[in-house]
Design a protein around this ligand. Structure first.
Ligand code: TYM
Length: 331
């Protein structure tokens, strides 16, 4: 039995990128790996590395929980919880800060991007964020961590931290492996296909959220940037926007890009985009309907209570052993 752990940060609305790169993969893995255990959380401690409005943060945290279940996760096979409700994340995060070097944190692209943008007042927790992320994973002895491509570097650092800790204190943490999907790992912005689709983008036409209505979804796909070549083929260098749309199509329909190209070879961008819009509507609208039922229900609260208790149980034992290893507190 393997353990699979992952999380999503409740900043901004969930996007199609989060869904195709992460949530859809969790559901797929759960269907494929009947023997394995799933720990999925909402990373609210990570969200406050940038300033959040308290009631919005709390609403978005619940939104993600409801979306996980609405997307098809089996609640009976998932330990789903809110990160800040399991105290040991912050505790282990601090210990791991003492096992990661400034130089390593300085090399993280997410941090470097923020600095490059010239943002002032960057919180120190944004810098130490990867240590907390490592804690999220190592606390549960995760074997696998399904994530999109942008989290690969954080996963590599998590592995380095685990190996370093294991070397110094004798084997203690499981060294996790990332699971990155073949298609859908990097969904790009619809208006600027050179940058990742992100909930923090300034231009809402560039991303589809999990809450967009039918007409909005279709409109955003219709106005997605393509090129003037007018031929449907997969050429990420010269037809970057179209390549992104082909990836979205393939990922949303569980096919591969070649099949989609073949299907639309003699077609045109307009028809392709209309069809893709419909594919996404068919995918997202049923999820939204299930979400609406869940968000108001007591069952979501129960799932989160249960998840918190189960995760805390494991985390408490792991931390007790960890502190003993490190020499903290009394025996
Ligand atoms: P976050 O909240 O930015 O993203 C959540 C998940 O969605 C994936 N993702 C994408 N995949 C494809 N295309 C995109 N455009 C796209 N945008 C986002 C991300 O790769 C991720 O899998 N630090 C993490 C949250 C986290 C975490 C963890 C993840 C905290 N602790 C422990 C795994 C394990 C983050 O900010 O993800």
């Amino acid at each position: 039995m393997k353990k699979i752990v992952s999380g999503i940060k409740p900043t901004g609305s969930l996007t199609l990128g989060n869904y195709l790169g992460a949530i859809k993969q969790f559901v797929k893995l759960q269907e494929e790996r009947k023997e394995d255990e799933f720990y999925l959380f909402i990373a609210d401690l990570h969200a406050i590395t940038t300033r959040q409005t308290p009631h919005e943060l709390r609403n978005r945290t619940l939104d993600i929980a409801a979306m996980y279940i609405a997307s098809g996760l089996d609640k009976d096979r998932t330990t789903m919880f809110i990160q800040s409700e399991v105290l040991q994340h912050a505790e282990l995060g601090y210990i791991l800060q003492s096992n990661v070097y400034m130089g390593e944190l300085e090399r993280m692209t997410q941090y470097k991007d923020k600095v490059a943008k010239g943002e002032e007042s960057i919180a120190s927790s944004l810098f130490t964020y990867p240590a907390l992320m490592a804690a999220d994973i190592l606390l549960y002895d995760a074997d696998y961590v399904p994530v999109g491509d942008d989290q690969k570097q954080h996963l590599e650092l998590t592995r380095d931290i685990a190996n370093r800790f294991n070397h110094y204190y004798n084997d203690f943490f499981t060294v996790p492996e990332p699971i990155i999907p073949e298609v859908g790992a990097r969904i790009m912005d619809l208006q600027d296909p050179y940058k990742k689709m992100s909930k923090s983008s300034d231009n809402p036409k560039g991303y589809i959220t999990m809450f967009d209505e039918e007409n909005m979804i279709k409109k955003k796909i219709r106005s997605a940037k393509t090129d003037s070549l007018g031929v449907i083929k997969y050429d990420p260098i010269n037809q970057t926007g179209l390549a992104n749309l082909l990836n979205i199509y393939a990922s949303a329909t569980d096919t591969n890009v070649e099949e989609i190209v073949l299907k639309y070879k003699v077609s045109n961008y307009k028809t392709f985009k209309e069809d893709l819009g419909q594919v996404l509507v068919d995918l997202l609208i049923p999820i939204q309907e299930r979400y609406q039922d869940l968000i108001k229900s007591d069952s979501l609260q129960e799932i989160l209570n249960q998840g918190r208790d189960r995760a805390s149980d494991y985390a408490f034992k792991k931390m007790r052993k960890c502190k003993r290893k490190v020499g903290l507190g009394r025996k």
